[in-house]
Design a protein around this ligand. Structure first.
Ligand code: PRP
Ligand code: URA
Length: 207
């Protein structure tokens, strides 16, 4: 199983609060944004740098800056939407695409309803969705992106089930998965255990 688990103590602390059923939607959204920002720091570790000359108030100096890398952030609607702002805080010039998918409650299979991506030429993409359960939604989203010419994708989630990791690894071995937690298993309804329930409902306060 190929997976990067980003389990900084602050991330584990915040995720534990998110899992609790007594956490409100407002708090859940705030923590999701904070964790996304912390994970984004690790995810962007390989951004290329270039040398620049600047002038401090005292003298000329050499510095480094991110070498104009084009980045695209793509949330899987709805729940992925909750992970966009944290990444945009880190990379304000990133472009944002959107993939509309929902899991049919009876079959747990993804149903596609929307896709709009920024210009894909020379752009690295971060696909975001808090939950990787069966892997059906992530695989469908990556298929949609690749069919539109996207070459370089990282997938970032909050909680992953081993079953979903296997499915994504098998279908798209070139796409690294980053998660804050690898949970135990799926239940009979394909929900993650222990998980945090329905991420979309908890973010948007629906049922
Ligand atoms: C959830 C979640 C993922 C998907 C994961 O979305 O946000 O997109 O399920 O499940 P999978 O790995 O088994 O495909 P959902 O379909 O509930 O839609 P929502 O974001 O609109 O709530
Ligand atoms: N989607 C969710 O929001 N939660 C799960 O546990 C599985 C799929």
């Amino acid at each position: 199983m190929q997976i990067h688990i980003i389990d900084h103590p602050l991330i584990q602390h915040k995720l534990t609060i998110m899992r609790s059923k007594s956490t409100s939607s407002g708090e859940f959204r705030r923590l999701l944004k904070e964790i996304t920002l912390l994970m984004g720091y690790e995810l962007t570790r390989d951004l290329p740098l270039e040398d620049v000359e600047i002038e401090t108030p005292l003298e000329k100096a050499h510095g480094k800056r991110v070498a104009g890398k084009k980045v695209g952030i793509v949330p899987i609607l709805r729940a992925g939407f909750g992970m966009v702002d944290g990444l945009l805080d880190l990379m304000p010039s990133a472009r944002v695409g959107v993939i509309g998918l929902y899991r049919d409650p009876k079959t747990a299979k993804p149903v596609e309803y929307y896709c709009k991506l920024p210009d894909v030429e020379n752009r690295d993409f971060i696909l975001v969705d808090p939950m990787l359960a069966t892997g059906g939604s992530a695989v469908a989203a990556i298929d949609m992106m690749k069919s539109r010419g996207v070459k370089n994708i990282k997938f970032m989630c909050l909680v992953a089930a081993p079953e979903g990791v296997e499915v994504v690894n098998e279908a798209h071995p070139d796409v690294p998965i980053f998660t804050a937690s690898l949970d135990r298993q799926l239940n009979d309804h394909k929900y993650i255990l222990p998980g945090l329930g329905d991420a979309g409902d908890r973010i948007f306060g629906t049922k």
